[in-house]
Design a protein around this ligand. Sequence first.
Ligand code: BES
Ligand code: MN
Ligand code: ZN
Length: 494
Amino acid sequence: MPLPAVRLAADLPAAPVVAVPTRPGEGGAQLCGALAVEGLDAARLVSAESAKGEPGELVAAPGPGGAAPERVLLVGVGSASPADLRKAGAALARRAKDADSLAIDLRSLEVDGSGLRALAEGLLLASYSYSLKREPKERALSTVTLVGPTLQADLDTAICVVRATAAARDLVNTPSLRKTPDWLAEAARALLTGLSVTVRDEKELARRGFGGIVAVGQGSTRPPRLIEAVYDGGGSRHVVLVGKGITFDTGGLSLKPTEGMLAMKTDMGGAAAVLATLRAVADLALPLKVTVLAAAAENMPSGTAQRPGDVLTQYGGRTVEVLNTDAEGRLVLADALAYADRELAPDVLVNVATLTGAMPVALGRRYAGMFASSDELARQLERASAASGEPLWRMPLVEDYRAALDSPIADLRNIGAPRLKLQGGSITAALFLREFTGGRPWAHLDIAGPARSGADEDELTKGGTGYGVRLLTAWLTALAAEPAAHTSRLRRSA
Ligand code: BES
Ligand code: MN
Ligand code: ZN
């Protein structure tokens, strides 16, 4: 389903649905500006519905007939902050989805660039749908007119970021019957037309020592791939983004139970996020160099699968004792991180992964956990999170837990020693990854919670959310705007 077209206009066009913002005031919702629809008593409507003007609140009324709109929607915008406008946009898109077009009268609401971006993002992200039905029933708006603001560049940015997010959602929502590692590689090529995309197949991965990706992928008849894509917008900084691309995670021989496997087509949400971010960064022509590595494999049990107790050699030579084949994400990521560190000379490394079931246990389904070796990088990502509306919370890299990854026969083991049981599982996973970052400024986003949503909620839609695209694009946009000397301030500090 195509996303609605969004345009700006100075005057209210003839549209079947017109929305007018309301804000909280004494005694209930206050209309922002005059309702330009004659014969409709907005004040009575607000009090009859006890509307409060809270973000996303909707009061609908039929238009009075004649040339007037068929429907008027009073939409609460709360404080009119970007977060509240994002909610309002999402609520409007859902309520108006049967209408062909919607006009939103913003003339009495002083929205700035970030407010307009948030409103447009909410509208567009909530309009996303994915369906493999023979006859898709879902309807979405075709045109939205934002009346008042003259902020075309901000609108264009929002559209670009939403397109990329929708692309990530499509990748995540694709069932794994179709979505093999090779399919993901071809989808990356299609998404990233105009950019350099290199795909390493299983033979090349084995030849070059990517032992983690090979081991995780060897149980499947559908072999692994390492996708490397580069955008070079100039500038002196090089950012490497790494994504976990497990196209289906059965757990391998350490098989997951039915329930735990149900959502595992989404275990490539990290790869989807970094690939789609690169699309957005290229479309925005940011003055940075960004390399994306997506480590793609299908984790299957079979006669060729890796066994608990096997020892593999990661890229760069470290050996890892695999005690649980379901802790596979860190094995594919370790190869990609080590490759980035040793071959790509990045100024900063960020990886994104649906890494641990323990992460949503700690933070719930909306927040990602962020682990960072640099306080400055953590602050940058926190700022980008607040601006983009993709929430995260910084987690500690607890040095005392590092010993739980010691193995008697290899350099590392892939799960925390039983002493820790599975407690702190997100932290030991992060500590495992850190071993492969060569002391560079690095952050790890564990998106096991927010990569998918259980329901249509605010700007999210049920299924893949594309979490990370908005956050990373906001971060890279801010980074690109800073003087180059700044990246050198990134220090490993934790
Ligand atoms: N892909 C899972 C993590 C996951 C779980 C993501 C639930 C989204 C929802 C990951 O590969 C995994 O299986 N992790 C194990 C690690 C354990 C074996 C140390 C986990 O979290 O149980
Ligand atoms: Mn797993
Ligand atoms: Zn996994």
